[in-house]
Design a binder for this molecule. Structure first.
Ligand code: HEM
Length: 321
């Protein structure tokens, strides 16, 4: 009887260690024990030099997962065979940053355990670690590994799957639903806009005439910082959260409530009672958003992961093997 109970307990533990989609907690424990430690160290060093890079890494994790799944397709450089990869898509170029940090982490991993750690896992671990450091260790979660790297990366898929800042609530909800994420995930993950920066072109439609629902004081500040018609050669950046620009905290929700946010997609969270209630809860209940954010990041990191049939472990994250 005791033996049966012990077997049952081990089965439950085994199931718990295997998350859905074939990803596994502790995936590198035997394959490459220092893997997660190496990524965290590289990310910590990069963030100490420039906290903005941490924001870039969190966004990189999102942009990777929404196009072709979490498969490092966003990292592939143009080649004669594929001159227009995701990286060059308008949502990514020139604003997406953090690629060099992934290169440094991958190079270190290849020295210690060649061919073992996928770029797709490095991207998600790096996003997780950036959240850990920028939240002053408050966002602290384990993430399963085992994603493989894809071989397909197409610029035109970025506009199809990455929501633009001009989206209204129902467009945002649809975009997230297509990727298996729900309204709660949308509200919680949008909280990432409590760090990092934006180019003026991403919100210029909200600071001119006619006035938008943006707070008039913030709109006036932004008009001074941004040209009337930003273009590729003249497109400055501003911080997303004017109060705590480098801290991953729940300040974003207070900003949404005060209409001190940059994008229509941020302001859209107040346009339904369901999402407005979630905004108020995330703003008011201490520690709640950090817990929810961790859970939503784990969920996002499992979108459409590749298997051995359509993936590989790249040697260099910028080119397929
Ligand atoms: C809900 C739909 C979303 C829209 C419409 C959106 C749009 C944008 C835009 C336009 C920017 C500024 C880009 C620039 O001009 O430089 C930005 C920045 C950023 N986004 Fe989002 N985003 C969304 C969701 C997310 C999610 C789900 C995450 C992460 C989980 C995220 C993380 C970030 C971060 C960290 C930055 C700052 C990046 C940096 O400083 O380099 N966003 N987003």
């Amino acid at each position: 009887m005791a033996r049966v109970a012990a077997i049952l307990v081990s089965c439950v533990l085994l199931l718990a260690a295997t998350s859905s989609h074939g990803l596994k907690y502790g995936y590198y424990n035997r394959r490459c024990p220092p893997a997660e430690f190496i990524v965290r160290k590289v990310v910590g060093k990069a963030i100490r030099q420039n906290p903005g890079i941490g924001a870039g890494l969190i966004r990189l994790a999102f942009h990777d997962c929404f196009v072709q799944g979490c498969d490092a397709s966003v990292l592939l450089d143009p080649t004669p065979a594929n001159p227009r990869p995701e990286k060059l898509g308008p949502p990514n170029f020139p604003s997406l940053r953090g690629f060099e940090v992934i290169d440094v982490a991958k190079a270190a991993l290849e020295r210690v355990c060649p061919g073992k750690v996928s770029c797709a896992d490095v991207v998600q671990f790096a996003g997780r670690d950036a959240a850990f450091f920028l939240s002053d260790h408050k966002v602290n979660y384990t993430l399963p590994g085992g994603r493989l790297d894809g071989r397909v990366s197409l610029e035109n898929e970025t506009l199809a799957f990455l929501p633009p800042p001009s989206f209204n609530l129902s467009e945002l909800v649809d975009s997230f639903r297509t990727k298996g994420l729900d309204v709660d995930d949308l509200v919680v993950l949008s909280g990432s806009h409590t760090i990092g920066r934006s180019h003026c072109s991403s919100f210029s439609d909200r600071i001119g005439t006619p006035p938008s629902d943006m707070d008039a004081g913030l709109a006036a500040v932004l008009r001074r910082r941004c040209p009337a018609n930003p273009n590729f050669n003249n497109d400055p950046t501003v911080v997303q959260d004017i109060f705590t620009p480098n801290r991953l905290d729940n300040q974003y929700y207070n900003n949404v409530l005060r209409r001190k946010v940059l994008f229509k997609s941020d302001a859209a969270l107040l346009t339904s009672t369901e999402t407005a209630r979630k905004v108020v809860e995330n703003a008011a209940v201490r520690g709640r958003w950090e817990r929810k954010f961790a859970r939503a990041m784990v969920k996002m990191a499992a979108i459409e992961v590749k298997t051995a049939a359509n993936g590989e472990v790249r040697r260099n994250c910028r080119v397929v093997n």
